[in-house]
Design a protein around this ligand. Structure first.
Ligand SMILES: *Cc1c(COP(=O)(O)O)cnc(C)c1O
Length: 380
């Protein structure tokens, strides 16, 4: 380019022509270029896929499609976070005047979104105990559009009967939506059970390395297109780099989950035999491949909680989960802080409740770290 330095400096981008990279490149670009008006028109006629990254980008599309494939769903859309995926999922089926019936024991941030934010947009949300699926039918009203729950709940790890939930929704000609973050498609595939929309905080196991905040919603083509329109118009799109990191994480999802679930099982078994632990929450009925990698324990009345946290040597306190490192969190002060006290009590979010996200380390080292923290903090 025979121009001035200033012009050359602006136009030096090497376009990736004839470079066959082994992995998908990061399309870290806000927009896509066109050669002439015919080329531009080609986008609107479906001959070119991309125009502007908020409306579509190869990396975010790769993520949406990857998760749709793993869930066996028709299509998927990636979003800026798990919460925005939940938001666009709800808004794909509900509008002002509609009602959403949600389970009480859901992620704290989801509770805030549904209880506080949607209310201001005149979407009515009520929360009910979903532990007996037969008892929720009576809460379905004439304006109910959606039933919402989680495949494995947080932090007490109740396993939802997603087949029964989907069946109930279909009977009433309304939609069902499941947050599959804790189970991942490695263990559960709610779409295959008939659930209409499946949502993930990809920030957790899909990404798996605690370095990208992202969300994915998958489901039937028609609903995903509605959700995608919300993503585009509300601006809740994911950045190409976060999508790329998450796709990279997904490649090791199976081996991570296999190891993390077997470590979690070993830890749950060990802690069930530990007199310093009042209660161990770890499900047994998730999948034949394993029961997930979150173990919650209640040490109320047996250990001093702060001493316990101080004695955890290499296990760090982190208000998230699902990384390759074992970590602990304290639901009462973080994820479930916003819940009314009565709801906390009802759910069992006690002062001694600790949520453990089990990592990929050697099982013996994880067990040793928790057993020694418990013995160091025993009061009874
Ligand atoms: C973390 C989490 C969310 C929210 O996801 P973000 O990526 O933080 O927005 C929703 N549901 C569950 C079960 C989660 O663990």
């Amino acid at each position: 380019m025979g121009h001035n330095f200033d012009t050359k400096a602006v136009h030096l981008a090497l376009k990736g022509k004839n470079i066959d990279s082994k992995v998908t490149p990061i399309y870290q670009t806000t927009a896509f270029t066109f050669n002439d008006l015919e080329d531009l028109e080609g986008f609107y006629q479906g001959k070119k896929d991309y125009l502007y990254s908020r409306t579509g980008n190869p990396n975010t599309d790769e993520l949406g499609q990857a998760v749709a494939q793993l869930e066996g769903a028709q299509n998927g859309v990636a979003t800026s976070s798990g919460l925005s995926a939940i938001l666009v999922g709800v808004l794909a089926v509900a509008k002002s005047g509609d009602h959403v019936l949600a389970s009480t024991d859901i992620y704290g941030g989801t509770y805030q979104l549904l209880a506080n934010e949607l209310k201001d947009f005149s979407i009515e949300v009520t929360f009910e105990d979903f532990s007996d699926i037969n008892k929720i039918e009576k809460h379905i009203k004439s304006n109910t559009k959606l039933i919402y729950s989680e495949s494995i709940t947080n932090p007490l790890l109740r396993v939802e009967d997603t087949k029964a939930l989907a069946k109930l929704a279909k009977k009433h000609q309304i939609y069902s939506m499941i947050d599959n973050t804790f189970a991942t498609p490695y263990l559960c595939q709610p779409y295959q059970d008939g659930v209409d929309l499946v949502v993930h905080s990809a920030t957790k196991y899909l990404g798996g390395h605690s370095d990208a905040t992202a969300g994915v919603l998958v489901g039937h083509e028609e609903l995903i297109e509605k959700a995608r329109a919300r993503v585009v118009n509300l601006g809740t799109n994911l950045s190409p780099f976060e999508a790329w990191l998450t796709c990279r994480g997904i490649k090791t999802l199976s081996v991570r989950m296999e190891r993390q679930a077997s470590n979690a099982q070993a830890l749950a078994n060990a802690l069930r035999n530990n007199k310093g632990v009042a209660k161990v929450y770890y499900p047994s009925n998730v999948s034949e491949k394993g029961n997930g990698a979150i173990v919650s324990i209640d040490i109320t009345g047996r250990c001093d909680v702060n001493t316990f946290f101080q004695s955890l040597s290499w296990v760090q306190i982190v208000p998230t989960l699902a990384g390759v490192e074992s970590t602990v969190s304290y639901p009462l002060a973080t994820s479930h802080r916003a819940l009314p006290k009565e709801a906390q009590d009802e759910l069992g979010i006690t002062e001694g409740l600790i949520r453990i996200s089990v990592g990929i380390e050697a099982a013996g080292d994880i067990i040793e770290a928790f057993e020694s923290a418990i013995s160091a903090s025993r009061t009874h």
